[in-house]
Design a protein around this ligand. Sequence first.
Ligand SMILES: [Zn+2]
Length: 105
Amino acid sequence: MALTTCPICDKRISDKAKVCPHCQTALDSDTSSAKRIKQIEKSTRLMTHSFIAMTIFIAGVVVWFWGGEVASGPRAIVGGVLFAFGFVGYLITRVRIVLNKRKQL
Ligand SMILES: [Zn+2]
């Protein structure tokens, strides 16, 4: 009896099992739908990442322009770092979303 991993919950199961004992997913027939669910979960995760990056970006802008004047000293550094991280993180996440969508087609 060989072991394999469940496409849904990633737990170790027997390759002869017709139903995953952990998450009750039927494994015998259509694993493409299982893969599809995984893809959707991945894109949901990427959307969350892009939302977090966007929040960091906005936080950077808020820190930078807090009180209506341009930041100076440590506030400028904090604002700049948040701004840069949010911006780069957002761009990377957008690229990953596009690549992920391309794989689905
Ligand atoms: Zn499972």
